[in-house]
Write a protein that binds this ligand. Structure first.
Ligand code: HEM
Length: 221
């Protein structure tokens, strides 16, 4: 059963564990990356012990982020496919931003259209970071590529890295802005009222599923 009286399971334990592990690895990889990109904050590479340690660990942290996001991709992609009703969210974005939920239902599934866009941008960025990162990884692969390819990989890696950091800043802002969503990612559960307010179609689908299960149980008794 996905719902009980007033709480609904939004994110399972394995997915939450993976999300927070990705957050930790991403934070450490991003801090070390930024420390090389902007000389004024080069001291930040000390967060991983020494600058040498940061240099060593950064690619492995990146691989951990990639692996975690591959798992999340597999678990969440089905909920992030474009739907016809996403157009309603885009059309009525002002109402959404003003937190007005009293008009016609917005028909939002498990994730809203904005979350879906962010999902695909995050996944695209990590793929670009992974490919360019492997090419420029001096310890193992860089020697197999000509200098122009390495230069392009380094540039692409920097642009995709900054891009992903900005996307994550937006993601955190939105997570803080929609009250209750971080609780959902920590405990796994959201309130029924939260689900109805922010993801009305998803809430309706869960209720229909539970009603079906209850009537099947009734028939079996
Ligand atoms: C402090 C940092 C972060 C916070 C507070 C945070 C918060 C959240 C929350 C609350 C959700 C669930 C949203 C919902 O249930 O509607 C979520 C989902 C997600 N987060 Fe994060 N997050 C953080 C960092 C990250 C990072 C660093 C990544 C990836 C590099 C990431 C990737 C994702 C993905 C892929 C989802 C699933 C969204 C979807 O399927 O559309 N998050 N996050």
């Amino acid at each position: 059963m996905t719902t009980n009286n007033d709480r609904i399971l939004r994110t399972g334990f394995a997915e939450r564990l993976c999300h927070w592990a990705v957050v930790l690895c991403f934070f450490l990889a991003a801090v070390s990356g930024i420390s090389w990109f902007f000389p004024t904050v080069s001291w930040m590479s000390g967060l991983l012990g020494t600058p040498q340690m940061a240099r060593l660990l950064h690619p492995f942290l990146g691989i951990a982020v990639f692996a975690g996001l591959c798992y999340m991709f597999a678990r969440f992609v089905g909920y992030n496919m474009p739907a016809r009703t996403d157009a309603i969210w885009f059309r009525r974005i002002r109402e959404v931003l003003m937190n007005k939920h009293d008009g016609e239902p917005l028909q939002i599934g498990k994730y809203n259209a904005g979350q879906k866009v962010l999902f695909w941008l995050i996944m695209a960025s990590i793929l670009v970071l992974m490919i360019s990162g492997l090419i420029m990884w001096r310890a193992y692969f860089a020697e197999y590529f000509p200098i122009p390819v390495l230069r392009l990989a380094i540039l692409t890696h920097a642009v995709a890295g900054i891009g992903l950091i900005l996307l994550i800043v937006g993601h955190i802002y939105l997570a803080l802005w929609v009250r209750g969503s971080i609780t959902g990612m920590v405990t796994g559960y959201v309130s029924r009222a939260w689900a109805r307010q922010h993801h009305d179609r998803w809430h309706g689908e869960l209720e229909a599923k539970d009603a079906q299960a209850a009537s099947a149980r009734g028939r079996g008794a």
